[in-house]
Design a protein around this ligand. Structure first.
Ligand code: UD1
Length: 418
């Protein structure tokens, strides 16, 4: 198992370049199933989940070619598809659940393993399932699988989500592309990843309006055609670099970073004392003093993203002042706080609130990454601690940050993979 060895005392400075978003790339790949023929996706991040998704699509009958150097995948989708996604892959990669919508609408059946619990909360699927049932699918849960059937195809429906779930919006939107009639999704997720997927579907011939708003409208078409699409830049990786600059009192220029997708987090960094300027192809974050503590509540987009919550807690742990961070999206996302406390952070968790008293310096200690973003938060915290920190279970970090140690080294950090 890989670990990261991180020496404290870094001030990160230089330029980084952001690749395509994990959460967009995997959903785009899953949605190629909607159109027989060869679709190409570019600007792919070099992460293991891309290989897992390729494996899943191969098992469903596709021919998948990944070009790692170019960051490209081409997926040749056959006329006749298999319809089963097994537990071994769904368990590794929750985005596997995104084959449900495309399979049920195109094949008329889908057997998708239930992902089960993970380290950031229960993450239900009831909105996905109820949405598809409203469209006429018959769905049962058997032996750990979602068994969905719609032998005569799906019908458009008016669906209101209880919560603007990213995954449910995506599964219902993809299913609706080939349904008969019009589907409306009210209280839809507005995340840029959902918009990216919607635009991809439109380029395949889908009829979708309202992307990026609360109401998405999909008019079903008979068939979709293959396309070529570049994955949207990863806004969470972009945000991670912005926090990295602020936490280490550094100066980072983030190429391909889209500041307009991070308005709330960047406002928080300015409140914490950072200076943010736009550059030709992204933006620059500079911090010249100890950050000032900031209060944050996570919310669906355009609110503060839950995926950046560990990063703002890491910032507050070494900031001047006390702060309150409220997690409104995933209830169990404070697991990593215990790891940060091992580094000396002063944090009290009460339900979905964490109150943090900033201290001047953290103290190095062995810790373990509990999920992707928590792992990134620990790396940044370790960079401002007083010695050498070993971070176990670094595979979590690799899932979201292609070659994080090399990128950090290029900015002046003392970090190695051991
Ligand atoms: C996606 C991202 C994840 C990100 C999150 C929020 C992927 C693989 N994951 O997760 O990285 O942190 O968006 O931006 O893309 N819920 C239900 N029932 C449902 C669906 C969701 O109760 O059927 C709840 C969840 O438990 C959670 C909330 O709704 O509390 C939001 O979930 P959702 O937006 O669906 O997140 P994911 O798509 O799982």
């Amino acid at each position: 198992m890989d670990r990261f060895r991180v020496a404290g005392g870094a001030r990160l400075a230089g330029t980084v370049s952001v690749a395509g978003a994990k959460n967009s790339a995997l959903k785009l790949m899953a949605s190629t199933l909607l159109a027989p023929g060869k679709t190409t996706i570019t600007n792919l991040p070099a992460i293991a989940d891309v290989d897992y998704m390729a494996e899943l699509l191969t098992r469903l009958g596709c021919t998948v070619e990944i070009n790692k150097e170019q960051g490209e995948v081409s997926i040749d989708v056959p006329e006749k598809l298999e319809h089963r996604a097994d537990y071994d892959l769904v368990r590794k990669m929750r985005a596997s659940i995104n084959v449900l919508g495309p399979l049920i609408t195109r094949v008329g059946e889908a057997d998708v393993a239930l992902p089960g619990g993970d380290a950031i909360g229960s993450r239900g699927l009831d909105y996905h399932i109820n949405g598809l049932i409203d469209m006429g699918a018959v769905i049962t849960l058997e032996h750990g699988f979602i068994i969905a059937k719609a032998p005569n195809g799906l019908k458009g429906a008016a669906i209101t989500l209880e919560f603007p779930s990213v995954g449910a919006t995506e599964n219902i939107m993809t299913a609706a592309t080939l349904a008969s009639g019009i589907t409306t999704i009210d209280n839809a997720a507005r995340e840029p990843d959902v918009v990216d997927l919607g635009e991809f579907l439109v380029s395949m011939g889908a009829k979708i309006t309202g992307l990026g708003t609360h109401t998405i409208k999909v008019e079903g078409v008979k068939q979709l055609k293959p396309t070529k699409h570049a994955t949207l830049a990863d806004r969470i990786v972009t945000g991670t670099w912005a926090f990295a600059a602020a936490i280490t009192q550094g100066d980072i220029t983030i190429e391909n970073g889209r500041a307009e997708h991070l308005e709330v987090p960047l406002d928080k960094l300015v409140e914490a004392g950072a200076v943010i300027t736009t550059t030709e192809n992204g933006f620059r974050v500079k911090m010249d003093k100890r950050p000032i503590a900031v209060d944050v509540a996570t919310l669906p987009y355009p609110g503060f993203p839950t995926d950046l919550q560990p990063l703002v807690i890491a910032l507050n742990a070494i900031a001047d002042g006390t702060s309150l961070v409220t997690e409104n999206v995933f209830e169990a996302r404070f697991m990593f706080v215990n790891e940060l406390v091992r580094l000396g952070a002063k944090i009290q968790v009460d339900g979905h609130h964490a109150s943090i008293t900033g201290i001047k310096q953290l103290s190095a200690a062995p810790v373990a990454a509990t999920d992707i973003r928590a792992g990134a938060g620990l790396v940044l915290a370790a960079l401002v601690s007083d010695g050498v920190t070993i971070i176990e279970d670094a595979f979590h970090i690799d899932r979201g940050y292609p070659d994080f140690p090399a990128q950090l080294q290029a900015l002046g950090a003392d970090i190695t993979r051991v």
